[in-house]
Every structure is written in structure tokens, then in C-alpha cells.
Write a protein that binds this ligand. Structure first.
Ligand SMILES: *[C@@H]1O[C@H](CO)[C@@H](O)[C@H](O)[C@H]1NC(C)=O
Ligand SMILES: *[C@@H]1O[C@H](CO)[C@@H](O)[C@H](O)[C@H]1NC(C)=O
Ligand SMILES: *[C@@H]1O[C@H](CO)[C@@H](O)[C@H](O)[C@H]1NC(C)=O
Ligand SMILES: *[C@@H]1O[C@H](CO)[C@@H](O)[C@H](O)[C@H]1NC(C)=O
Ligand SMILES: *[C@@H]1O[C@H](CO)[C@@H](O)[C@H](O)[C@H]1NC(C)=O
Ligand SMILES: *[C@@H]1O[C@H](CO)[C@@H](O)[C@H](O)[C@H]1NC(C)=O
Ligand SMILES: *[C@@H]1O[C@H](CO)[C@@H](O)[C@H](O)[C@H]1NC(C)=O
Ligand SMILES: *[C@@H]1O[C@H](CO)[C@@H](O)[C@H](O)[C@H]1NC(C)=O
Ligand SMILES: *[C@@H]1O[C@H](CO)[C@@H](O)[C@H](O)[C@H]1NC(C)=O
Ligand SMILES: *[C@@H]1O[C@H](CO)[C@@H](O)[C@H](O)[C@H]1NC(C)=O
Ligand SMILES: *[C@@H]1O[C@H](CO)[C@@H](O)[C@H](O)[C@H]1NC(C)=O
Ligand SMILES: *[C@@H]1O[C@H](CO)[C@@H](O)[C@H](O)[C@H]1NC(C)=O
Length: 755
């Protein structure tokens, strides 16, 4: 039997050396999340092939669980035991770990027995997670506590290949110093804490709102050491950064003969902040810097991975489209990685092939990928497989390995949306395609807002089933463990079964993404509604018979079984459905307002009263969101400020970064509202202010008969944004950091007003 003392010893050993093939990861999770059962489990290893597991009862020991694990070739042992624990806790224990929190501690006592052994095996070697930009939109200000929960969530869902970008700048700065760049040169290149992913991508360079402090860089390095160690303990292989070629401008004066070009302009930024300087990989300096970077990284984290993330042309077109140029870029880049690490595998996002479709002709893609020898030397993330796959036009990436990814939640926007049929059948069809080089399934969402979790769960679970999962059966089990009460009222199941065939059955690739609510966009008379693409504002379902009906069903369920009111995920879902109802009503009312304003026979009063309805809706959204801890602007801001070491001016800098990403996204609204959120404090303090100003303008000109001036409105909105970004949370009345009000009372009032 495994004793608590043994567990303690194991953890101490781990701290001394991160060793592959240990069971520390699984005992770590049990100890963290299910401490009352810390000696209820026994894990054993047996040999096998592939990622597979068997779970069975311990013979002769009632209430104990023994796991006979198949040990996969070349895989970390601990990892497989995590998969076991997930299938046991979910399938038998009826509990789960959610983005809203871990409920594993609610595993029953005594532990339920397994009965017939549970088995499982993965259909792909890699289960991938993250997008480079998730490190900006979601985790930018996280401390290790939040990371720890997410990493346990990943481990239990079978992810074995996560991206690990945190702390990149610390290693990069050391590398740049070594080649002779000064600290001033380097500082002018780096971007602020909320914008690092786009600096890493070579989309932007430099900062607005202040230079990046070394304090931030050092704190992030310390955090990355914890993250990487935990990933390894959990049996995952982190995908680590590498040198991409993007360098400070001063490199051209430091090495005047080096082959250096400027990248393209990104998203309307002035060239001082974009057109990032790029050292071409065929220059001898490139491999020299690569070797230095990777050696420093190995020294910092240990030799824990051969996977390197490296993107040079993400939303940034190459200097030349000449196919021999493109092939020389990849062959030299790859050679530099192999010089630094003889087993290096290059991981690349495939977004460019969709985003810059006109540039990336089949011929260019083939030349570019063909520069890298051997198919398994590269792993392409087919980033948007459910809506805009590129593997099928590139002949399975011309043989290179690739991962089927689900892309969602652009900018961390919130909106209920999904295409469940595509995400269960897509990966299977791609895998079975003759000549397929698909090697993984994963999630590449831009942000990880807490709604739509069902979409993400089903993608990762599909990686363990050779045939497409049964959606209705899956949803039923998912709801049962999400709302783990005795005698769950059928109404709760009905709510989700309805959504799964409507809201989560969006098969239009032009509206597949989180649906952005128009009240988060800068108010205007045109350009808000009916937008397609990945910031779509089109609602693809009928609200009354779906979201509204589902909300009423949840209310009915909680009236029938009041225990539901204490389940955090249930309360979260009530808020989420209500939020979507109000957002959809706003869109309808806005349509009526525009029509009324444009009508020659309408009166200013008619415009004004529709405007009042819009403001009422926003007030109700604000009141609703304030009731739930998961929808607070104050959390984002305090997460940013928690890194300030008690230095108020550093705190203001961090808060500016946090606010500016949500709003103007750039010094002067370069990608305005791209990362908008429905959070209490942001809806009431910002979106409402903008709509008030817009609506009073509209009523005013309807009265005087003046022409609508779009430029004037845009200037007004920018001014409101600039002022808001400079504010400090807590300096206005009512700005607190906790929740306010009771969700169930607020939902009742919303239903009485907006059903
Ligand atoms: C698995 O097989 C290898 C090679 O036969 C052996 O060295 C190892 O001890 C076995 N491991 C377990 C856990 O049985
Ligand atoms: C750059 O190239 C020129 C011409 O070949 C040469 O004269 C000069 O010394 C080189 N400079 C450096 C810094 O290598
Ligand atoms: C790159 O941009 C900088 C700054 O705008 C400019 O001075 C330089 O000439 C550009 N370099 C090239 C090769 O275009
Ligand atoms: C920036 O890139 C754009 C193309 O995207 C180009 O037209 C412009 O000349 C570049 N500017 C600099 C300074 O390199
Ligand atoms: C990592 O591997 C390199 C060789 O690739 C070796 O030189 C270095 O000592 C190793 N570092 C550690 C920390 O094991
Ligand atoms: C591409 O570049 C190569 C090598 O510089 C050159 O020989 C070739 O003519 C170029 N092709 C085109 C189409 O410009
Ligand atoms: C690839 O698959 C998508 C989605 O099924 C489809 O829309 C697209 O036309 C396909 N492309 C090619 C070249 O077959
Ligand atoms: C899917 O599961 C449901 C039960 O939840 C069952 O009624 C249905 O027949 C299953 N469908 C298929 C295709 O197996
Ligand atoms: C939905 O319900 C609202 C409120 O009852 C009503 O005004 C609206 O017409 C309904 N919409 C549809 C499409 O039925
Ligand atoms: C959006 O498109 C629909 C259908 O074409 C139209 O009825 C509606 O008026 C449009 N909404 C706005 C605000 O333009
Ligand atoms: C406080 O932060 C500001 C801005 O980052 C920095 O300039 C200053 O040196 C810091 N002060 C101390 C005492 O660390
Ligand atoms: C619209 O507003 C802008 C900014 O205030 C102003 O410069 C412009 O003259 C106005 N246009 C008209 C047609 O009034």
C-alpha cells in the first residue's frame, strides 16, 4: 500500500530532480485535489504500447483502487496514470475539474468500486493545448495558483504537449546582450506585459504606455520555472520557445553586413511599433544566436523537451515570395535548431496559410515546408480545423506531421457557440484520410473564457475514441457530473440537450467563432451587426426557442432541486445563459433603433425610447455579471497589479496594460475592442458610457436634423477609451473587488423583463 509518508517522500524527491517515469505527477494531483483520499489509491505499472490505461479494483482491499497501467514507449509514465484518474473520477466517481474550479474533492467516500475494468487508449500520439496569444488574452497576469488548476485540468484531459511561452524575454535578453546589443536597444524592442505574444510573433515591437521593466521579466522567468517543472511532473512535454529571427532595430547598425529585412506592417500600427526587424536565417549570425538561446534555456529549465515553437510569418508576410527564398528560410531555420539540439522538432502555427491565403499558394507552401527534411521534424498546428482547415488543400501538409486544432474564442470574447458535429467527426475523417500525416488533436483557442467548456471538453475526449463520440450520450454524462446532485431534475438535462442541437450545432464556417456581442463594439450607425468571419456578430439560432428556453429550464430545475443553487457550475451557467439572452436582445433592439433613426417619419422621442431600452439592457447585464466571481473586471486588474511589489507607479503601468488590451489594443485604438469582454465594471464603466454618449448624440441630431458624422463619433469613442485606460480601479464609487447581489434574484428579474 502507498502510505501518506511515502507520498511525502516522493514529493521531496521530485523537488530535488525532475525525473521521467515517476508516479509523482499522479500522486501530486491526488494530494492537491483529493487530499481525503490520498491513501485510497494505488498505482502500478505494467508494460504496453501506446498511451493506454486499465483501471480495476484492488483485489482483497475494499475501497482501494489499483491501476494497472500500460507503459507507453517513449512516454512519461506519470502521464498515463493521469488519464486513468480522469476516467475513474469522471466515469465512476461522477465528479470533474472545471475551468470554474476543481470539484474532485467531492469524490464519494468510500471510493466507489470500478467493477468491470475501465480501459482506454489514445488515437493520436499528441494532445496539444494553447495558442501563442492565449498567453496574452487569458494568462498574461496569472500567478502559479491559476496555472496549477489549468495544468491539472489539462493533465486529466490527456493533454501531453502544451505550449510554454512564459518567461521568454528573460532568456532572449541574455542572448541579445551576448551578441552586443545594449539594454537600451533591447528595451526599445520589447512590448508590455499584456502584449508579449505579438512581440514574440514579430507583429509588433516596442511598447506604448512605458517600457517593459526588468522586474516583470525576472518574475516571469521564476514563474516559468514552476510551470515547466509542473508540466514535466505531470508527464507532459512542454513546447518551448526558440530564437525566431526578430531582433531590435539596432541590429542593423551593430552588424551592418548581416542580412536583415523589415517585416510587414501589422493591423494599422505605426511603423515605429511594427515592421519588425528580422535577421534572415541564412545569415551566419542566426544559428549562432539560436545555439546561445537554446543553451541558456536548457540551463534554466533542464533538458526537458525537444519541441520548439517558432513562427516567423504569422500575420506577417515574407520578404519575398520566391520559392527558393522560402525554402532557404525553413532549411536554415531548421538547421539552426538541430545545431542547438540534435533532436529538435519545429512546431509551427498554420494560421498563416489561412490568414494570408493569397500569398500562400500551394506552390509556396510546398516549397516552404519542403525546406525541412523528414516529415516528423515538424509539427504544424492546423489551427482552425473545424471551420477553415488547410491540411486538405496542402495534401496533408505535404507529408509533414500536423495537429487537428479547434480554434475558438477570438480575443477571449464571450459568446455561446460551437459546432459539435464538426469537432467529433472532423478529427476522425482527417485521421482516416488516405496518406494522412495527422499526429495530434488539440485546442488552439485565442482566449479561454469560461463559457463553452463543453466544446473544449469534447475535442479532447475525442482523442480517446476511434469513432465519433455520441453527442447526446456525451452531453448527458457531462451534465450529470457538472451538476452532481442527487436526483437531477430532467429539466437540467433538457436545457443542455436543446443547446447541443442548436447553439452548439452551428455549421456555418463563416460564423464559427465565439459570437461577439455588439454592445462591446464602439457604437456607430453601421458596421456593428451582420459581421461574418472570426469576429462574427450574427446569431445563428433563434434565441427564444434556445437560450431563453434553456434558461427557463435551469430555473425550473433549481426550483425542483434547490441543492443546484449551491453548485458553482450551475450558477455560472445561469449567468452565462442570461448574459447571452440580454446580449441577443440588445442586437435586436439596436436593429430597431437604426431602422427608426433612418426612417424619415420617425420622431426623436421614438429614437430616444429605443435608446433607453439599450441602456436598460446594459444596466441589467452589469447587474447580472456583478453577482458572479467569474465575470469581474476587478479580477483582471488585481491579477495585473499583484505583480507590482508595492510600487504604485509599476502598479499603474500594469493596470494600463490590462485595460488597454481590453479596449483600444494599441496606443490609439489600432485593433479597438478586439479583446472585449463581458465583465462587470467594463460593461457598466465603459460600454455604458460609450452608448450613453452615442445615443444622446443620435437623439440630438434627430432633433436638429444635422447629418450623422461618423468621424466625430469615432473621435469621441477614442477619447472615452483613452481616458478609461488611464483610470485606476477603486477610485470611483461602487468599484469594489467582490461580487454584488444574488444571481437567482437578478435572473428572475431579467426573465420578468426580457423573456
Ligand atoms: C518493461 O519492460 C522493460 C524491458 O523489457 C523492463 O526493463 C521494465 O522493467 C519493464 N517495466 C515494467 C514496469 O514492467
Ligand atoms: C562589411 O562588408 C564590407 C564590404 O565587404 C567590409 O569592408 C566590412 O569590413 C564589413 N564589415 C563588417 C563589420 O564585417
Ligand atoms: C526598417 O524600418 C526602419 C524604421 O522605420 C527603417 O529605418 C529602415 O530603413 C527599414 N529597413 C529596411 C531594410 O527597410
Ligand atoms: C512596413 O511594411 C509595409 C508593408 O506591410 C511597407 O509598405 C512599409 O514600407 C514598411 N515600412 C518600413 C519602415 O519598413
Ligand atoms: C542539456 O543537453 C546539452 C546537450 O544537448 C548538454 O550540453 C547540457 O549539459 C544539458 N544540460 C543539462 C542541464 O542537462
Ligand atoms: C528566385 O531566386 C533564385 C535565387 O536567388 C533565382 O535564381 C530565381 O531566378 C528567382 N526566381 C524568381 C521567379 O524570381
Ligand atoms: C477542405 O475542407 C473544408 C471543410 O470541409 C472545405 O470547406 C474545403 O473546401 C476543403 N478544401 C479543399 C481544397 O478540399
Ligand atoms: C447515442 O446515445 C443515446 C443515449 O444517450 C442513444 O439513445 C442513441 O441511440 C445513441 N446514438 C447512437 C448513434 O449510438
Ligand atoms: C422572441 O420573444 C420576444 C419577447 O417575447 C418577442 O418580442 C420576439 O418577437 C420573439 N422573437 C421571435 C423570433 O419569435
Ligand atoms: C442584418 O441583416 C438582416 C438580414 O439581412 C437585416 O434584417 C437586419 O436589418 C440587419 N441588421 C442591421 C442592424 O443592419
Ligand atoms: C517603481 O516602478 C517604476 C515603473 O516601473 C520604476 O520606474 C521605478 O524604478 C520603481 N521604483 C522602485 C523603487 O522600484
Ligand atoms: C465631422 O467631424 C469632424 C471631427 O469633429 C470634423 O472635422 C468634420 O468637419 C465633420 N464633418 C462634417 C461634414 O461636419
Amino acid at each position: 500500500m502507498h502510505s501518506p509518508l511515502g507520498l511525502t517522500l516522493l514529493l521531496v524527491l521530485y523537488a530535488a530532480s525532475v525525473s521521467a517515469g515517476s508516479l509523482d505527477g499522479i500522486y501530486g494531483i491526488v494530494n492537491r485535489r483529493i487530499p481525503q483520499h490520498s491513501n485510497g489509491f494505488t498505482f502500478e505499472l505494467t508494460n504496453g504500447t501506446g498511451d493506454a490505461f486499465v483501471v480495476s479494483d484492488t483485489r482483497g482491499h475494499s475501497g482501494g483502487i489499483t491501476v494497472h497501467l500500460s507503459l507507453a514507449i517513449n512516454m512519461e509514465v506519470a502521464f498515463i496514470s493521469l488519464i486513468f484518474s480522469f476516467s475513474y473520477v469522471t466515469e465512476i466517481g461522477g465528479v470533474d475539474i472545471w475551468w470554474t474550479g476543481s470539484r474532485l474533492h467531492e469524490l464519494p467516500s468510500p471510493l466507489p468500486s470500478v467493477g468491470a475494468p475501465l480501459t482506454g487508449s489514445s488515437i493520436v500520439p499528441y494532445r496539444y493545448h494553447f495558442n501563442t496569444v492565449t498567453f496574452g488574452y487569458t494568462t498574461a497576469f496569472w500567478t502559479f495558483d491559476k496555472w496549477s488548476l489549468l495544468l491539472d485540468w489539462l493533465a486529466l484531459r490527456g493533454v501531453n504537449l502544451p505550449l510554454a511561452w512564459v518567461g521568454y524575454e528573460a532568456i532572449l535578453i541574455e542572448t541579445f546582450r551576448e551578441v552586443g546589443l545594449t539594454d537600451a536597444d533591447i528595451r526599445s524592442f520589447l512590448s508590455g506585459p499584456a502584449f508579449q505574444p505579438w512581440n514574440r510573433f514579430g507583429n509588433i515591437q516596442g511598447a506604448w504606455g512605458g517600457e517593459l521593466p526588468m522586474q516583470w521579466v525576472n518574475d516571469q522567468l521564476a514563474l516559468q520555472k514552476q510551470i515547466v517543472a509542473r508540466m514535466v511532473e505531470l508527464g507532459m512535454t512542454p513546447i518551448l520557445p526558440s530564437f525566431t529571427g526578430f531582433v531590435p532595430r539596432a541590429m542593423t547598425t551593430l552588424s551592418p553586413n548581416a542580412s536583415i529585412v523589415n517585416g510587414s506592417q501589422w493591423s494599422g500600427f505605426p511603423s515605429s511599433l511594427t515592421n519588425v526587424t528580422f535577421l534572415e536565417p541564412f545569415d551566419p549570425l542566426f544559428p549562432q544566436i539560436q545555439k546561445s538561446f537554446i543553451a541558456k534555456q536548457q540551463a534554466a529549465y533542464g533538458n526537458v523537451s525537444h519541441f520548439y515553437t517558432l513562427d516567423q510569418y504569422n500575420e506577417n508576410d515574407p520578404f519575398s515570395g520566391n520559392t527558393s527564398y522560402l525554402a532557404s528560410i525553413t532549411s536554415n531555420t531548421f538547421a539552426s535548431l538541430r545545431e542547438a539540439d540534435p533532436e529538435a522538432i519545429w512546431v509551427m502555427q498554420g494560421w498563416l496559410f489561412f490568414n494570408s491565403l493569397a500569398f500562400w499558394t500551394d506552390e509556396r507552401v510546398e516549397a516552404f515546408l519542403g525546406g525541412v527534411p523528414e516529415d516528423d521534424s515538424m509539427l504544424i498546428l492546423d489551427l482552425y480545423s473545424e471551420a477553415q482547415p488547410q491540411w486538405n488543400r496542402t495534401n496533408s501538409y505535404f507529408g509533414k506531421s500536423w495537429v487537428w486544432c479547434e480554434l475558438h474564442d477570438f480575443g477571449g470574447n464571450m459568446g455561446m457557440e460551437g459546432n459539435l458535429p464538426a469537432i467529433i467527426t472532423g478529427p476522425i475523417a482527417s485521421l482516416n484520410w488516405p496518406g494522412s500525416s495527422m499526429k495530434g488533436i488539440g485546442l488552439s483557442m485565442e482566449g479561454q473564457e469560461l463559457g463553452n467548456e463543453i466544446v473544449y471538453d469534447i475535442v479532447l475526449d475525442q482523442a480517446w475514441s476511434p469513432s465519433a463520440l455520441n453527442i447526446s450520450g456525451y452531453v448527458e454524462k457531462w451534465v450529470s457530473r457538472r451538476y452532481p446532485v442527487k436526483s437531477l431534475p430532467p429539466a437540467a438535462q433538457k436545457a443542455w440537450s436543446l443547446l447541443s442541437t442548436t447553439v452548439y450545432n452551428n455549421q456555418n464556417p463563416n460564423t464559427q467563432a465565439t459570437i461577439k456581442s455588439i454592445f462591446e463594439k464602439a457604437p456607430a450607425l453601421t458596421g456593428l451587426a451582420n459581421i461574418t468571419g472570426h469576429h462574427t456578430t450574427i446569431i445563428s439560432y433563434d434565441t427564444n426557442s434556445t437560450v431563453l428556453t434553456a434558461l427557463k429550464l435551469l430555473v425550473q430545475a433549481s426550483d425542483q432541486n434547490r441543492a443546484l443553487k449551491d453548485i458553482p457550475e450551475f450558477v455560472f451557467d445561469m449567468v452565462e445563459f442570461s448574459r447571452q439572452l440580454l446580449a441577443n436582445r440588445f442586437l435586436d433592439t439596436y436593429g430597431a433603433l437604426v431602422e427608426t433613426y433612418n426612417s424619415p417619419v420617425s420622431t426623436p422621442n421614438q429614437v430616444s425610447s429605443l435608446g433607453d431600452v439599450l441602456l436598460d439592457l446594459l444596466q441589467d447585464v452589469e447587474t447580472l455579471l456583478a453577482t458572479n466571481e467569474n465575470y469581474l473586471l476587478s479580477t483582471w486588474i488585481s491579477d495585473a497589479r499583484q505583480w507590482d511589489h508595492g510600487n504604485a507607479s509599476y502598479g499603474s503601468y500594469l493596470e494600463y496594460n490590462a485595460r488597454n488590451q481590453l479596449t483600444l489594443w494599441g496606443p490609439t485604438g489600432e485593433i479597438n475592442d478586439y479583446a472585449s469582454k463581458q465583465w462587470s465594471g467594463l460593461v457598466g464603466g465603459y460600454y455604458q458610457t460609450r452608448w450613453q454618449s452615442f445615443l444622446s448624440y443620435l437623439v440630438g441630431i434627430k432633433t436638429t436634423g444635422e447629418a450623422y458624422n461618423a468621424t466625430l463619433i469615432a473621435q469621441d469613442m477614442l477619447a472615452i477609451g483613452e481616458a478609461w485606460d488611464r483610470r485606476t480601479w477603486g477610485t470611483r464609487q461602487g468599484e469594489t473587488s467582490g461580487t454584488k447581489g444574488d444571481t437567482f434574484e437578478v435572473v428572475t428579474s431579467i426573465l420578468s423583463r426580457w423573456a
